[in-house]
Design a protein around this ligand. Structure first.
Ligand code: IPM
Ligand code: MG
Length: 360
């Protein structure tokens, strides 16, 4: 079959890691008889440099016309890059928020898995790690503080800034359903994370999650306050299966969860709407400090491409082939510098892509 893949290479290490993901997708295409047609879409700093804005209407249209979008990363060094001298709504990140909203990508799935070959990279003690952990953060992505009204005003000579956090029950319900659905395919446990001891939006969150839970009698669920969850993630990460949470909490907790795996360069993510469409991107950022040096780890992007095969194209055998290639490459002792360990062979970004493509 032919699949139309929109490609947002983006900024920093984005273009390098996306190249390697395309290499692996092409190897999948050759082996399984598919053709992936790529359309480059500008977003972030790359779009600002050409069009003066981080995302154009044409770019949104191109994304909508694709079967799925594969993305590298966007943004630059916030202290030195000229992009950050622009007004906030013209900076690279504004492009990402705009595309999430325009494509209604309300469900952000971020797996945090400890690979047994990479146990050494995990910053936690052996007794905490045990046999490893495997959780998914289901983050609401188009509501809350990120999209509430915001403004900065001067009142009586004093600057005052407002950001508002709003959720309606429908926004909560649809993400909760996604969280419980994914739990049904995993270990059937949902931890819904909120700050219901303080926030009204969290109290509504809890109420709606409880209603949704009634339709999933097989799923065990619990509520956890976000501050406690931040602590539990380092104290006992093995207790989690699906963490279901709102936009801002999910942003913070997903970085924490990925760090406890010790290998943020390995973690994929998918942003989904009500259809088969999705935007797939690594969980890490654009790492401008190492851009162009051929040392970035392309595996998170390659695993994101595997998620694209599985969720958007229903190609589960092909997705398995990519995930198994990653396991094989690690078992064969190849590492990029971020996950390098004694006795392993260090390779660059492009070589890692070659080794993975060979193992498809
Ligand atoms: C993420 C990122 C974005 C977010 C930034 C780049 C706007 O941190 O995808 O987690 O906060 O959502
Ligand atoms: Mg983030």
């Amino acid at each position: 079959m032919n699949y139309k893949v929109g490609v947002i290479s983006g900024d920093g290490i984005g273009p390098e890691i996306v190249n390697e993901a395309k290499k692996v997708l092409d190897a999948v295409g050759a082996k399984f008889g598919h053709k992936f047609e790529y359309t480059e879409i500008l977003m972030g700093g790359a779009s600002i440099d050409v069009h003066g804005v981080p995302l154009t209407e044409e770019a949104i249209k191109a994304a909508k016309e694709s079967d799925a979008v594969l993305m590298g990363s966007i943004g630059g060094d916030t202290t030195t890059s000229p992009w950050y001298k622009l007004p906030p709504d013209l900076r690279p990140e504004a492009g990402l928020l705009k595309i999430r909203k325009a494509l209604n990508l309300f469900a952000n799935v971020r797996p945090a898995v400890l690979y047994k070959e990479l146990k050494g990279a995990c910053p936690l003690k052996d007794e905490v790690i045990g046999d490893g952990f495997d959780m998914v953060i289901m983050r609401e992505l188009t509501g809350g503080l990120y999209f509430g009204e915001r403004k900065t005003v001067e009142e009586n000579g004093v600057l005052k800034a407002y950001d508002s956090l709003t959720y309606d029950e429908n926004e909560i319900r649809r993400i909760a359903i996604r969280g419980f659905d994914i739990a049904m395919k995993r270990n059937k446990k949902v931890t819904s994370v909120d700050k219901a001891n303080v926030l009204d939006s969290s109290r509504l969150w809890r109420k709606v999650v409880e209603e949704v839970a009634k339709d999933y009698p097989e799923v065990t669920y619990e509520h956890m306050l976000v501050d406690n969850c931040a602590m539990q993630l380092v104290k006992n990460p093995r207790q989690f299966d699906v963490i279901l949470t709102e936009n801002m909490f999910g942003d913070i907790l997903s970085d924490e969860a990925s760090m406890v795996t010790g290998s943020i360069g390995m973690l994929s993510s998918a942003s989904l709407n009500e259809t088969k469409f999705g935007l797939y991107e690594p969980s890490h950022g654009s790492a401008p400090d190492i851009a162009g040096k051929n040392i970035a780890n392309p595996i998170a992007t390659i695993l994101s491409a595997a998620m694209m095969l599985r969720f958007s194209f229903d190609l589960s055998e092909e997705a398995d082939a990519v995930e198994n290639a990653v396991k094989k490459v690690l078992a064969d002792g190849y590492r990029t510098v971020d996950i390098m360990a004694d006795g392993c062979k260090q390779v660059g970004c492009d070589k890692m892509g070659d080794l993975l493509a060979e193992r498809i």
